[in-house]
Design a protein around this ligand. Sequence first.
Ligand SMILES: [Zn+2]
Length: 251
Amino acid sequence: MHISYASVAAPGLPNEDRAVTGDGWAVLLDGATVRPGVDSGCVHGPRWLAGRLAGALARRLAGGTRAALADVLAESIAETCDAHRGCDLANPDSPSATAAIVRAREGRLDWLVLADSPVVVDLGDRLEVICDDRVARLPSYTPEAVRALRNSPDGFWVASTRPEAAYEALTGSVALADVRRAALFSDGAARLVERFGRLDWPALVDLLDREGPLELVRRTREAERAETEAERAVRRGKPHDDATAVLLRFR
Ligand SMILES: [Zn+2]
């Protein structure tokens, strides 16, 4: 197996994405930017949260845990909650992150997707695209609405202060022998498909595989710079975003 990735911050900003990989597994987390003026009740912030969670997940996966990925994520969220210590974990604006995980073990490839960091599994004759689009279908995006909908059954789920969020993730598994490639993307690295419509999923995976993750990011930045004010006004999200893409090649 061969694994490659790149994680590139939005220009001029700290990177809130995290990627970590090991023998047969990969984790990608995208920490949610805290809106200016919002009291999160946490002295740490999204980069700390994503880093802590990445470490907790990596330790379990590198240790060869046999647990289901949702259990692995739930344990990792609980461990990260403990590490906050004095922070107010009841604050609904406590830092949060997406989670995308793949793991090859005992002849299977398992995946987990929580919030908008998609996983694509190339099965040779078809692609399995695992997209948790709940955050894209909220009835309102005011700060108050998003606060009320975060980690709620009517809204969307993220890795933050509630371990049970892990059981709201999309999970699945395929026979490893059928898998050609698997790819994990932060939403900032999926923009050529999801925001700009310049590529479809097969083309994005091919770009990542043939040209490499840095070329994928370069083309994403090019599309971001070409976006007009009018287009930006009707699309949610930032003009530039952190972009992280991971490729696992199995055969
Ligand atoms: Zn904290």
